[in-house]
Write a protein that binds this ligand. Structure first.
Ligand code: XUL
Length: 540
């Protein structure tokens, strides 16, 4: 019975999912998560990130990801799952993060000793001890320099799928080159977190695939190859330091002898790893256009499949390659779970009291609007944490409604470029189990919301991608819809319907929210007259 393993290295944890697919028999055999702060406390991270006095800095120790992978592979081998049946492995990782290796890495990867833990063999291979991750927003200057060198924001967006973003890998590489030229010089290969972990599995430098590579501001989206003007604008002699770009379904090697001898894995094919968002597209069952997913995780993301790379001319969204070979649109909001948790903790509420607070407060929150920027925000770009509250602060319950409504209104506003009319949403991520949050989502978007089974959709997507490549090699007629059927489907009876009256109210509130946002960013007039008019209307 063939099994497929999917791994997802996220900001806070590493998850593994094992699925079984044999004709009509399809099931998740195992899902297990290893939290970085709890299980690897010696790295001193908080929520998977190293503490820094500057809130704009977001870096993590790459060795922590190495140690987590080693622990996880050992744990799986002892879990009772027959790892000898694993017919394919793939994975995903948080996007944009980069890992800098020196020239010793190639030989170190090729000669891993099964008798010694991975971390002890790899310590010497980094040309930079920390990895900048997607939460880093220190590269404003580098973004401007790259944009100026290629011509304009629109030019960069049309070619690479996004204007320059602080967390994107190109601007991060440029900053490293400027601040530490000797260390840059000493860098032989720059991996994304995904291709770095894939390299550990195969024992050789792994390629990137277009989905994750489109989070770098370096790849030509339609050519699916490096775009020379962006590469040249980023850092000197960068091209030889970048991995190759391979098709998303590429077989990039087999599990190295280290994994076979140390833990008893077979020489299983490894399929190219991708970013967590492209992987979640498959794990959320979105393999054809028409639906979107909203992931409520550390970051909140809105994403959906697109057959053409239509870019967001307003400059907030991204277009990435999709694992199916088509494209996906995505908008990312940094203040996701951590903002919801902050409000819950500030008012000393349990999650069930948080839900009750949503149930007991009126839609529209009597005109109280919160811009939930507890940390720097990506969409819209806000470089320093600052939570804005329009109209007097209410009690804890109205703060709960304000944070959730603020997030949903922002998502509705900033995803208009991707889909003109959303009819169905697949909700995923930790907070998607909260039906009161999903009700606000349904009402704001005016869309049916289905909940995906609890679990990590990125890791599931990785396992499904491994299954797709394995099955496709045997039968060219296998479709994506067939592969995901029965595994990446919303829960039966999970449907939350929008209420037409509440949706009408939110339709009027979106422009008011947009005015608050513009005002808070110093780009628009005082929104209070609009808010007062909205409040008067909802009272009558
Ligand atoms: C997407 C983004 C985040 C990370 C989180 O552009 O920055 O969703 O991928 O893991």
């Amino acid at each position: 019975m063939p099994l497929y393993l999917g791994l997802d290295s996220s900001t806070q944890s590493l998850t593994a999912v094992v699925i079984e697919i044999d004709h009509d028999r399809r099931r998740a055999v195992l899902e297990t998560t290893l939290g970085f702060d709890e299980e690897l406390p010696h790295y001193g991270t908080r929520h998977g990130v190293l503490l820094d006095p500057d809130p704009a800095v977001g870096v993590s120790p790459p060795l922590m990801w190495v140690e987590a992978l080693d622990l996880m592979m050992g744990r799986l081998a002892r879990s009772g799952v027959d790892v000898r049946e694993i017919a394919g492995v793939s994975g995903s990782a948080q996007q944009h993060g980069s890992v800098y290796l020196n020239a010793s890495a190639e030989a170190a990867l090729a000669s891993l000793d099964a008798g010694t833990p991975l971390v002890d063999q790899l310590r010497g291979m980094f040309s930079r001890e920390t990895s900048p991750i997607w939460m880093d927003s220190t590269t404003k200057e580098e973004c401007a320099e790259i944009t100026a060198a290629v011509g304009s924001e629109l030019q960069l967006a049309r070619r690479t799928g996004s204007r320059a973003f602080e967390r994107f890998t190109g601007p991060q590489i440029r900053r490293f080159f400027k601040l530490a030229p000797a260390a840059y010089d000493n860098t032989d290969r720059i991996h994304l977190v995904s291709s770095f972990l894939a390299s550990l599995l195969t024992g050789r430098h792994a390629p990137l695939e277009p989905g994750d590579a489109s989070g770098m501001n370096l790849m030509d989206l339609s050519a699916r190859d490096w775009w020379p003007p962006a590469v040249d604008a980023t850092a000197p002699e960068l091209l030889p330091r970048l991995p190759a770009i391979a098709a998303p379904w590429s077989h990039i090697g087999t599990l190295a002898p280290y994994w076979q001898v140390r833990y008893g894995y077979p020489a299983t094919p490894v399929i190219a790893w991708t970013g967590d968002n492209p992987s979640s597209l498959v794990g959320a069952g979105l393999v054809v256009e028409g639906r979107i997913a909203i992931s409520l995780g550390t970051s909140d993301t809105v994403f959906g499949p697109m057959s053409e790379p239509r870019v967001d001319d307003s400059g907030t969204g991204h277009v990435f390659g999709a694992p199916t070979g088509a494209y996906m649109g995505l908008t990312c909001f940094q203040n996701g779970s951590l903002a919801r948790e902050r409000v819950r903790e500030d008012h000393g509420l349990t999650w069930s009291q948080f839900s009750q607070a949503l149930a007991s407060t009126p839609p529209g929150n009597a005109g109280r609007i919160m811009l939930p920027w507890f940390s720097p925000e990506i969409t819209p770009p806000v470089s320093a944490p600052c939570v804005h509250r329009y109209s007097a602060t209410g009690n804890g319950a109205s703060d709960v409604r304000a944070v959730v409504e603020g997030q949903m209104l922002s998502m509705a506003l900033h995803s208009q470029w991707m889909v003109s009319r959303v009819e169905t949403i697949h909700a995923t991520g930790g907070a998607a189990i909260n039906r009161e949050i999903l009700q606000v989502m349904a009402d704001v978007f005016g869309a049916r919301v289905f909940q995906l089974p609890v679990g990590n959709s990125a890791a599931l997507g990785a396992a499904l991608r491994a299954a797709h490549t394995h099955r496709h090699a045997r039968d060219r007629s296998v479709t994506w819809a067939e592969v995901v059927a029965g595994l990446a489907e919303p829960l039966v009876n999970s449907r939350v319907d929008p209420d037409p009256n509440r949706h009408a109210l939110y339709r009027d509130l979106v422009p008011v929210y947009a005015a608050c946002e513009a005002h808070a960013r110093g780009r628009g007039p005082d929104p209070r007259p609009l808010l007062e008019r909205f409040t008067r209307q909802t009272h009558h």
